[in-house]
Design a protein around this ligand. Sequence first.
Ligand code: SAH
Length: 468
Amino acid sequence: MTKRAIAHKNSVSKSPVIKKSVAKSPVPKSPVTKKSVANSPVPKSPVRRGKGPEGQGSGGAEGQRKTPVAKTPVPKSSVGKISLRKKSVLKKSASNAETPKNQKRQHFRGAKSSHDQPKIQPRPLPQTKYENNIPLLGLSLSQLTEWVQQQDQPAYRGKQLHQWIYQQGAKTLEDITVFPKQWRENHQDVAIGRSQILHRSVALDQTVKYLLQLADGQIIETVGIPTQKRLTVCVSSQVGCPMACDFCATGKGGFTRNLAVHEIVDQVLTVQEDFGRRVSHVVFMGMGEPLLNTENVLAAVRCLNQDVGIGQRHLTISTVGVRDRLSQLAQYQGQFTLAVSLHAANQALREKLIPSAKHFPLDQLMAECREYVNITGRRLSIEYILLAGLNDAHAHAIELANLLRGFQCHVNLIPYNPVKEADYKRPTPQEIQAFIDGLQQRHIAVSVRYSRGLEADAACGQLRASRS
Ligand code: SAH
């Protein structure tokens, strides 16, 4: 019989892209702020500063080729086996996770002086909530230690459990052979919280799209984007998406529910095990709107950073904008990157493309963005999908440059990826270049991101949880 006095509760995304930098703008040094974890103790891990720029994988060619997609059968997941064999590859310790130290805030261009900065104490990233009969994935080392002790095991078992869940890919407690056999048998009802791979499609650029089945039968999509140096995972934060952006396949399918913390973290572990290689970057650009599931997304960010061992600066949260949520997010003063999907620099056009923009007008969104930059000192990424004849004219580039003047940001242009349910077109390379020139002439830092995985329907905006 299981004595699970504590367990955790998790309540109630487009895709990865390669980045082709067209402008080199100085990246401001971001302040590193103190992170103390209140409420529940989190083990102190050695500090490692994240290297390199955040965000998506880089390199590769534009993905509009018509190329066949190799559909590979999914091997029955032999619990723990893959991960155990690949143990050495995955060995890098979670204790290497970036845990920002208390450092002095540095000034950045366009920001208020530190004198004017609002006096906001950084909040610790939330931990997964304890509650009965909720999976163990998502819990921190101290929470797992507390739990094993409640299950009549010595404290050192907590560390073993943590290691087996996050580094060795245990799918059930039964897999954890260092635990006593009788104890494992008595705890068969305790779930770790891993999904099943229902299907995987591999694009010619080796981007892999996964259909994952969750415990309640719901299906989500996750994308793994490898380059030589990086393995980026594009994770979903919801089943479906309520934002209904007109150019996006996910929004066309409606919304079902938020993902729990373990369901977000599981996507990263699944891709890591399937590739047999450590995940270096995670982008919340799959199905769903992360800021409608803020608490679980931030708890997943904490877990990916501290338990899985991915530097916070290698994590990107992308949002189309939800009222008051950017301000709320700023309180954490996290080191992750925030990407705002703008897509239009005037309210009328933005409303046409993004219905939810009616309830959160552009001027208010920009005000929250400014506040976010002022509080966190982090440069914002601005995502701008390029739709031929709609938002890609020279006048639009000027309008965008005017809106962003003096603002601490980098614009990522995403040429539209075709979606069955929408009738938009991607601009020509010449039109894209003209838009870039318009921004650069006005000193706006800009990159073009060509989505990868187009042939596997794994590119930005193409995720719809179907076997296409
Ligand atoms: N809801 C969040 C995260 C998911 S969308 C957001 O909107 O940011 C991730 C990115 O993919 C967004 O910038 C989104 O606008 C972009 N995207 C959606 N559909 C697309 C399409 N058909 N072609 C190219 N990019 C698309």
